[in-house]
Design a protein around this ligand. Structure first.
Ligand SMILES: [Zn+2]
Length: 232
């Protein structure tokens, strides 16, 4: 997401209720949120889950329906280990080629698959590439989805070496409420979990999953005031 897009979306977050649109979490609690998109992946997701378990950290996974259908045991493992789960569409199609209607069909299909696999009515949605339009937003809200973006992006998908993400983590200056975007269809996140957790602790912060308004993992944790803040 470009700086201009990020700024526009941050402004949007100031005027919309946080149950509708979120770019960062509540700043009044000493937590940051690790989020992982585009999985589950048969190799990288289990390694990431192992790393999260080793560091006793819970995160949020925005899964793609077609991958969830191929790896249902990983979806169940994500939930069983206390992580939050979000919907990242069924096919992860190119946003510019996707109409609002077809996106909503994908959201519905992924949501019903996740319900079948986990028993949860998942209402956290992250659009592919963070791309939205007015008609897509309206449709998502009519479908009772909370649109979740992010305010911190190390661009792990563009990294060629896991050490790059580790080095990024070691110099990251976390702020309460940060929502970090990473990807579990790439190998790097698993290697960086330790550094991220250590860095958060140095700033007096801990990592927590996002929570949906359906009551899983507690009540929704983002408030309107904090989503009005400009990202670091
Ligand atoms: Zn994605």
């Amino acid at each position: 997401m470009s700086l201009i897009h990020q700024t526009l979306k941050t402004i949007l977050a100031t005027v919309l209720p946080s149950r509708r649109f979120v770019v960062r979490g509540k700043s009044s609690r000493p937590v940051i949120h690790l989020t992982f998109d585009d999985g589950p992946h048969p190799e990288h997701t289990p390694r990431l889950l192992d790393a999260l378990q080793e560091h006793n950290v819970r995160a949020t996974f925005f899964v793609v329906g077609i991958h969830a259908a191929s790896h249902p045991d990983l979806v169940r493992r994500i939930v069983a280990e206390g992580h939050a789960i979000g919907n990242h569409s069924y096919f992860h199609r190119e946003p510019s080629q996707t109409s609002a209607d077809s996106l909503l069909v994908e959201v519905r299909e992924c949501r019903s698959l996740l319900y079948k696999l986990t028993g949860r009515d998942v209402n956290l949605f992250r659009p592919p590439k963070g791309s939205l339009s007015v008609s897509k937003l309206r449709g998502l809200w009519n479908a009772n989805q909370t649109v979740v973006l992010w305010n911190t992006d190390p661009r792990d998908f563009a990294m060629t070496d896991s050490n790059q993400l580790v080095r990024w983590a070691e110099t990251y200056r976390p702020n309460a409420g940060d929502i970090l975007l990473m990807h579990d269809n790439h190998p790097h996140a698993a290697e960086a979990v330790g550094a991220l957790v250590r860095r958060a602790a140095e700033f007096g912060l801990r990592c927590e999953p996002l929570a949906g308004s359906d009551g899983h993992r507690g009540s929704w944790i983002v408030d309107r005031e904090s989503s009005a803040e400009v990202p670091a």
